[in-house]
Design a protein around this ligand. Structure first.
Ligand SMILES: Cc1cc2nc3c(=O)[nH]c(=O)nc-3n(C[C@H](O)[C@H](O)[C@H](O)COP(=O)(O)OP(=O)(O)OC[C@H]3O[C@@H](n4cnc5c(N)ncnc54)[C@H](O)[C@@H]3O)c2cc1C
Length: 497
């Protein structure tokens, strides 16, 4: 069956031997490390949920290649409704497994590469589309977990890839043979690459003729010879290394957004896994498609996390005996508005999608970037409301070890009590969850703001597609300025080059 279970995934994963340094040490068994175990559990959950009746419809789709039932995170969208389903799925999965299930970003990259390789073939006479479809078919059939290596390390941001004093600061082709290519460079902030079966690699920015060697797109197992991962440590990590108890983790089973710096030291990529090699003009559609799709995924999983934070706010308010307070309920309503507005903009972007030349739907570029900008603002307001409702205890409460110590426990029980009948342990647990979302390994401020790109890229897109000249003319006409003519808005084309 094409929809695998978490057990299938873990058994498959454990056969891989990626090279990974964690806290300055080359790890023999990184998958057994407490930093990676929660990420594996989260990814396994994204498989198991597909077998639960309440999630099955959201989590499965029909392959347009084989007609088989597949995991939705391996699907190539065929209509805008499938984008809507993916948005709903992202939100729903965050309810059970914040912050990341890994499979989602790989799906975003597949849906960006698919129309791009189609366009390359049309313009350059290559045969990438056939190669790529073969890989997609395998991903669907085996229900593989794919990560996406888009972000280069970028060195001096004012210089183009080919202008960097060190040529390896953007991933590039260093050797070509009839069998394939060798690549060198690094991809930064790689979510889940360590725990995936495959990583799709693509350019992070639009390229020029001089950047030809940087115009490279391929798929690679993250454990291929020549690849090294360096684990990116996060605040709160060390709590996972402590013996005994899990309360201080906030979220015990999952709750980890694991990234690595993924270094490629002359890694061989066989020809059948290469989907771009030198066609620099097509970096533009690739970047456009990926950022447009990924912004929605990123937004909606945060909307799901917001839902959990709202639940935490309502819980702690109730524990404090404040559930009827006007200003608390007002703040909780504001928090709901923040979550729903992100979701609404994402749904709007999907509904207003357009067709790529390959025939696949692509969300509205304008609305996807509007949604992303909202996402960069709302987490801060969310934290403001949450902190106000929670008060100081989530930053100052004793540890679980203190709670477990019989000498301290009576004092903690007496002095941390809130509304009559609420167990102090529950108060401590909800506070840890709140702390986790505010400052933990996956604080919503970082995730909301950074994942899927910087603010400026969205501003640029909004300016580019917003047709300001047309809007100026509308105003001039209404103001009675007669000499200027109002023209219709231009249809947006994702031009190459
Ligand atoms: C938790 C997390 C998970 C992530 N997961 C992934 C992943 O799985 N795969 C992946 O590929 N990426 C991933 N990312 C990367 C993410 O998309 C980037 O962090 C984001 O695109 C910003 O890039 P950067 O970090 O290099 O910051 P920078 O590019 O350095 O941006 C910082 C600032 O510099 C500005 N800037 C940069 N270049 C220029 C310029 N030329 N001119 C003017 N201003 C400029 C930006 O606008 C911004 O204001 C992840 C990031 C995080 C935080």
């Amino acid at each position: 069956m094409a929809v695998k279970t978490g057990k299938d995934y873990i058994e498959r994963l454990k056969k891989n031997k990626p090279k990974c340094y964690i806290l300055g040490k080359l790890e023999e068994n990184p998958f057994e490390h407490p930093f990676f175990k929660p990420a594996i559990a989260a990814t396994a959950m994204a498989h198991d949920a597909a077998h639960l009746p309440e999630y099955e419809e959201l989590l499965t789709a029909k392959s347009h290649l084989t007609g088989e039932k597949i995991h939705r995170f391996t699907n190539i969208y065929q209509n805008s409704n499938e984008i809507i389903q993916k948005i709903k799925l992202n939100r729903a999965l965050s309810h059970i497994c914040p912050p990341c299930n890994v499979k989602c970003i790989g799906n975003d990259s597949m849906n960006a590469i698919y129309p791009t390789v189609y366009e390359i073939d049309q313009g350059a006479g290559t045969d990438y589309f056939k190669r790529f479809c073969k890989v997609v078919e395998r991903v669907q059939k085996e229900d593989l977990v794919c990560s996406a290596g888009i972000t280069d390390v970028k060195g001096d941001r004012s210089l183009r890839p080919s202008q960097q004093p060190d040529p390896d600061l953007y991933l590039r082709v260093v050797k070509r043979t009839s069998d394939g290519i060798d690549v060198r460079g690094a991809k930064a902030h790689q979510t889940g690459a360590m725990v995936s079966d495959l990583t799709f690699i693509a350019p992070t920015t639009t390229l020029t003729k001089e950047d030809k060697d940087y115009a490279v797109m391929f798929v690679v197992p993250p454990y291929a010879p020549g690849i090294t991962h360096i684990y990116g440590r996060c605040l709160g990590d060390e709590r996972r290394l402590e013996e005994g108890g899990t309360m201080d983790l906030g979220i015990q089973d999952y709750g980890v957004h694991r990234t690595t710096l993924m270094v490629f030291d002359d890694v061989f990529i066989p020809k059948e896994h290469v989907f771009m090699d030198g066609e620099w003009e097509y970096s533009r559609p690739l970047v456009t498609y990926f950022s447009t799709i990924h912004k929605l995924s990123s937004a909606c999983c945060k909307a799901g996390i917001f839902d959990v934070i709202i639940g935490a706010a309502a819980t702690i308010a109730e524990y404090k005996g404040l559930e009827k307070s006007y200003h608390i309920n007002d703040k909780i309503a504001t928090m709901m508005y923040l979550a729903e507005s992100i979701y609404a903009e994402a749904i709007g972007a999907a509904v207003d999608s357009f067709k790529t030349p390959a025939g696949t739907p692509m969300p509205s570029i304008m609305l996807s970037n509007v949604c992303k900008l909202t996402l960069t603002k709302h987490p801060y307001e969310m934290c403001r409301m949450m902190t106000d409702i929670a008060g100081g205890l989530f930053r100052t409460q004793p540890s679980e070890k203190d709670w477990q110590n019989p000498e301290e426990r009576p004092m903690i029980e007496k002095y941390l009590q809130m509304k009559k009948g609420v167990p102090v342990e529950n108060i401590m647990r909800i506070n840890r969850l709140i702390e986790y979302f505010m400052f933990g390994t996956a604080s919503i401020e970082d995730l909301g703001h950074l994942s899927s790109g910087a603010i400026e890229t969205s501003q640029l897109w909004i300016k580019a597609v917003g047709n300001i000249p047309y809007k100026k003319k509308l105003a001039q006409k209404l103001a009675g300025i007669k000499e200027e003519q109002v023209t219709e808005p231009k249809k947006l084309k994702v031009a190459k080059g």
